[in-house]
Ligand binder design. Structure first.
Ligand SMILES: [Zn+2]
Length: 481
């Protein structure tokens, strides 16, 4: 029986993971307010020495250009998800602040290709990772809820790799990728953070190094999945003298404290005046951008640890992408988990494969779901549409919308926002403020089919009830009260 407290717990959980991207009520896309100087500065979080389980890393030495390996050896396969990284705040993708000194450099290496027009399968951690692990869109696996475990019997990447003789290792700084969600399925060796704060910064490469040293064999092929959480809220404290972002305290979104009078809640309720709204959004952006710089730094340490520990000595494939972006006030929204507007679904995608020293061309727009096929086969699948999904939440909390977005180019975006169908020209309307009815369009039937599948799965899912055991697991994780 679903008790009221269980129901409240679930609602609170949904609030924490999803609802925080609620509207501030004052609408409209707001451009970033980039105080603190334009980019081009070299000083960033990436310059500080790090101590990673016995390695003091002053400087990252990028791996040599991929070399052809002995044919008998299967390449090491490495999937790195930088949680909550939107493309539009990456220096790599044209942003003015120097948020990505490592990626700026790494992506110039021979054989490394990237796109800033990748789109995540979903708008929050669980649906997107499920797509990365199964190779199917959110509409097909239907796992867009925390209210039940990973019920799908779809084969997962980790199991397929294990069948091929790979040792499968997972280190996740995001606690939702756990036994409770079922998303650790198929991984033989697992380290998952217990809270959102446990594996930040150096702690993630440290955990990777420790687990690999303890459990993995350099003579066997490795499938490694790592989730880096540094860009996820709570955003870290910005220290003095970064050179490009003003020092400030951490930015936390106290979503559990429903009804409180925090700046966050007043923003969400649309109660801040124009000046305070702008100041709050600036602080949020500063914290987020610093978090991005931290994620870039953690990534650099991770690559350096893998290089020094000889995991890149033989053939390898590396995917670096994100599971979703983040709202920083666009459409009056914060955080992630709702709608399919560009800030929450456009993500970076970086690929390097030692069997393709010339680099693998990534078409645009690019479905980041292709991570599955690159990891599995070292090749893109031809017929993968660029599509993203989000869902609303009914009941005590009504958040966002069931939405399906389909891109036909980098600028043409078709949106199903029931009951409507809309067309966006991202060149003319980058803030997605207009709303042109879609009308006749050759891709309309594809959008409709995705939307119908999405709705059918949402209906089935909303009829499910979380088991008490599941709720207790989530409580133990600190996700519910
Ligand atoms: Zn996430």
């Amino acid at each position: 029986m679903r008790t009221r407290s269980t129901r409240l717990a679930l609602v609170t959980l949904l609030l924490a993971e999803l609802a925080a991207c609620r509207g501030g009520g004052n609408g409209g896309a707001r451009g970033g307010n980039h105080r603190g100087g334009a980019g081009g500065g070299s000083k960033s979080g990436g310059n500080e020495p790090a101590d990673v389980a016995g390695y003091t890393i002053q400087k990252v030495t990028l791996p040599d250009a991929p070399a052809a390996d002995t044919p008998a050896r299967q390449p090491n396969v490495i999937l790195i998800v930088l949680d909550t990284v939107r493309a539009m705040d990456l220096h790599l993708c044209g942003y003015e602040r120097p948020t990505t000194p490592f990626l700026d450099d790494f992506t110039t290496r021979p054989g490394v290709t990237h796109t800033c027009h990748a789109y995540s399968p979903g708008t929050w951690t669980i649906p997107s990772h499920t797509s990365y692990f199964t190779g199917v869109p959110v509409s097909e696996h239907g796992y867009d809820s925390v209210s039940h475990g990973f019920g799908t019997d779809l084969p997962v990447l980790s199991e397929a790799m294990a069948d091929r003789g790979y040792q499968t290792v997972m280190v996740s700084a995001n606690p939702t990728l756990s036994a409770a969600s079922g998303l650790d399925r198929g991984f033989q060796h697992v380290t998952v953070a217990k809270t959102l704060r446990e594996l930040r910064g150096d702690e993630t490469p440290r955990a990777v190094r420790k687990l690999l040293k303890a459990e993995a064999d350099l003579d066997k092929p490795l499938f490694l999945f790592v989730n880096v959480l540094d860009a996820h809220d709570p955003y870290p404290r910005v220290p003095e003298n970064t050179g490009w972002v003003p020092a400030q305290d951490p930015v936390d979104f106290p979503v559990f404290d429903v009804g409180q009078d925090s700046e966050y809640h007043r923003y969400v309720r649309g109660e801040l005046n124009a000046a305070d709204t702008k100041a709050y959004e600036t602080r949020v952006r500063n914290g987020y951008d610093w978090g991005l710089a931290m994620a870039d730094r953690t990534l650099s340490l991770l690559i350096e640890v893998l290089r020094r520990d000889h995991w890149l000595d033989h053939g390898y494939r590396i995917v670096i992408t994100s599971d979703h972006g983040e709202y920083l006030g666009e459409h009056g929204l914060l955080r992630h988990g709702c709608y399919t507007w560009e800030p929450v679904v456009r993500v970076p995608f970086v690929y390097v494969d030692s069997e393709h020293p010339e680099g693998v061309k990534l078409p645009e727009p690019f479905p980041s779901l292709q991570a599955y096929y690159l990891m599995m086969n070292g090749a893109l699948r031809a017929d993968v549409p660029t599509v993203s999904f989000s869902e609303s939440r009914e009941g005590d909390v009504k958040v966002g919308a069931d939405m399906t977005a389909l891109w036909t180019s980098n600028t043409e975006k078709l949106v199903a926002y029931p009951p409507g169908r809309y067309l966006y020209d991202l060149d003319k309307d980058p803030g997605e403020l207009g709303r042109e009815p879609l009308g006749e369009h050759p891709m309309r039937v594809i959008l409709d089919n995705f939307e119908a599948e999405h709705q059918a799965n949402l209906k089935a899912e909303r009829e499910k009830v979380a088991s008490p055991e599941r709720v207790m697991e989530l409580q133990a994780l600190g996700y519910v009260q």
